[in-house]
Write a protein that binds this ligand. Structure first.
Ligand SMILES: NC(=O)c1ccc[n+]([C@@H]2O[C@H](COP(=O)([O-])OP(=O)(O)OC[C@H]3O[C@@H](n4cnc5c(N)ncnc54)[C@H](O)[C@@H]3O)[C@@H](O)[C@H]2O)c1
Length: 335
């Protein structure tokens, strides 16, 4: 397989590159990434000699066309992904997540790509009331509530339209919140861990009762692998862990306990506008049709994630100081 991974220098994309090289070492991987603030080539440092990397914006039609030449499979992670940033500056979300996805789809169609897998989010479905036991399925109606979720919803519709209208062999996964290594420390779990390690408090959006369906990033990578191997063209698969429900307050308390600090290290901050209270996924379709099961139990792997951040302080300190952005210049200016 000759596989193009967009957004492969980000959190999930880089985990996917590591995963894929381990499982399918015979395949040729090209990572295409614009290296926005969220893209960090240091995530790919351990495997840099086994992949090709190109610094390209998915909105750049000419560069995307060139990159796709000789590729048979695209796994599309590249996106603006932080809800808070979409509230303060939605334009870049519309540009990358909608227009960028469209540029890729056009190029994929023109070049006869055999598989186009689009990575999306459960946030397209909106929110579930806290007291409800509802879980989303592949037929749940779309009801996005943030500019991020709306831009991902639009991209999902475009991807499906390219299947229906032009027969492009697409698949989509909508998954719940991921956690694990290489998670950019502006997101809740890595921010909480790294703040404590720096002696700072964990900022928690009031009232801390928001429920997320935390999925370990390796379980997500395996789900995408199964969809690429056995998924049906045109189909969507929802991926969620269905562990017991944890509020953000529960998660912050666990992180304090793992790091041996008092719960006084948590502080409430003003809530995010339109903050979704709860997400929950029914992953029966991918379980029944493709045999996927989440393997990474939340509390055990949250502890492992805390340990990873303890052991990789250089990695996240270079992000927090901004130094990681010099890495591309150092590595690639020589070439
Ligand atoms: N993180 C989660 O919990 C989660 C959950 C569900 C779905 N998703 C989806 O998974 C995908 C990856 O999420 P993530 O958390 O790894 O995101 P991330 O923000 O960590 O990484 C995004 C990557 O895309 C790159 N990128 C951004 N704009 C680009 C552009 N115009 N051209 C090329 N590259 C560009 C960035 O440089 C970065 O490397 C996204 O599509 C996101 O919507 C994420």
């Amino acid at each position: 397989m000759k596989i193009l991974i967009t957004g492969g220098a980000g959190f999930i994309g880089s985990n996917f590159v590591h995963y894929w090289l381990e499982k399918h070492p015979e395949d040729k991987i090209t990572v295409l990434d614009k290296l926005t603030y969220a893209g960090n080539l240091e995530n790919l440092e351990p495997v840099k000699d086994k992949i090709s990397f190109i610094k390209v914006d998915i909105c750049d039609e000419e560069a995307v066309e060139k990159a796709i030449n000789g590729i048979d499979t695209i796994v599309h992670f590249a996106a603006e992904s932080h809800v808070d940033r979409s509230i303060t500056g939605p334009d870049e979300f519309i540009r990358t997540n909608i227009l960028g996805t469209h540029v890729l789809l056009k190029a994929a169609l023109k070049n006869g790509i055999k598989k186009f897998h689009h990575v999306s989010t459960d946030e397209v479905f909106g929110q579930i009331p806290l007291e409800s036991n509802e879980q989303w399925t592949e037929t749940s109606p779309y009801n996005p509530r943030s500019p991020y979720a709306a831009s991902k919803a639009a991209s999902d519709h475009l991807v499906r339209a390219y299947f229906t209208t032009y027969g492009l062999p697409i698949t989509i996964t909508n998954c719940s919140n991921n956690f694990g290594p290489y998670h950019f420390p502006e997101k809740f779990i890595p921010l909480a861990i790294t703040n404590i390690l720096e002696g700072k408090k964990i900022p928690l959006y009031k009232p801390g009762n928001q429920v997320r369906d935390w999925l370990h990033v390796k379980d997500h990578c395996r789900a995408i692998d199964l969809v690429l191997q056995g998924g049906k063209a045109g189909e969507t698969y929802l991926v969620g862990s269905q562990h017991k429900e944890y509020t953000n307050l529960d998660v912050a308390k666990m992180i304090c306990a793992f790091l041996g600090v008092s719960e006084d290290m948590m502080e409430f901050v003003g809530d995010r506008p339109g903050h979704d209270v709860k997400y929950a996924i029914d992953a029966s379709k991918i379980k029944n049709e493709l045999g996927w099961q989440p393997e990474f139990e939340f509390e055990q792997w949250l502890k492992a994630t805390v340990d990873w951040y303890k052991q990789n302080q250089v990695w996240w300190k270079r992000i927090k100081s901004g130094e990681y952005q010099e890495y591309y210049q150092q590595q690639y200016s020589k070439k």
